[in-house]
Design a protein around this ligand. Sequence first.
Ligand code: PLP
Length: 354
Amino acid sequence: MTDTLDIQITKTSHSRLQETDFDNLPFGKIFSDHMFVADYADGEWKNFQIVPYGDISLSPAISALHYGQAFFEGIKAYKHEDGKVVIFRPNKNAERANKSAERLCMPELPEDIFVQSIAALVDIDRDWIPTKANHALYIRPFMFATDAFLGVQASTTYKFMILTGPVGPYFSKALRVKIESYYTRAAQGGMGFAKAAGNYASTMMPAKKAVEDGFDQIIWTDGSHHEFIEEMGAANAMFILDGKLVTPVAGDTILNGVTRDTVIKLAEAWGIPVEQRNVAVAEIIEGAKSGKLTDAFGAGTAATIAPVGSIYYNGEEYTLSDPATREFSQKVLKTLDDIRYGRIEDTYGWNYVV
Ligand SMILES: *Cc1c(COP(=O)(O)O)cnc(C)c1O
């Protein structure tokens, strides 16, 4: 830790650590003892604080609530066997947070402030990091507009906050997914590439319908003709088709995932051809039929590598190979785990040591 960021720290007088059941960690429901808060006003970030996790008081007129000027990030921290604590590639999230901020007309947060505040918070609550396999400390930075003003215009004040909490695996089995051919998550010129709160609001109703029909996730397609694959729920869609790693281009409509980038870098290092291009629904279905589609998964921080078990499209369901037999995603998952849990050397410099 550098000491350039002056954070005022108020520690809790009652830790909830002892009363937390680490054998039962539903995603996103358990929060560590502390949270980070900073304010933006008069053109600058100030009041950097770490305080006990708890409710906050806000005007009911804040523009985040009415017009959705808000975005978030998702990152994980891991504890190694020797007690060392690492955060996985937080600089990539800092970079992406600023892309979200720019698109939503929100203030930039300098990358070093973003990373240092996360590190300081993780350091204070390091005992909350679970050590079991497939477990981690989930880190949720977010920023939202706080002007109490009902006019539709960019706020002049904001809050940046960080919550953390211990999590286990997000998905426990291969996913039954449905290719969506009516609803749209993002459009050209929109904000699909930003981790904007509003992007998720629009996916909830279609996702609920899909779950009612027995599916675990939606594969989103392009907003113009539903002809090309975009993303899988809140994870990037990746395929091994004809021996190549194929994934949609991280353009306007797609969240440029850190996990996606990590998988691509590993594939390149292993000499597997990588194609970032438009991926037609037709070729995925064709590949599922012919057997050339040998792997399909969602890649994301929360989901890690989530194998697709079957794909539903136009009244047909295509079952893919048993995930346990898939060479690529199994190797990616193992290598990722080995790096994150410190079992092999981190030659890429992906672990930020707290
Ligand atoms: C967060 C997210 C991802 C995955 O990004 P990571 O940086 O790998 O966690 C992919 N798609 C959407 C829509 C997301 O919100």
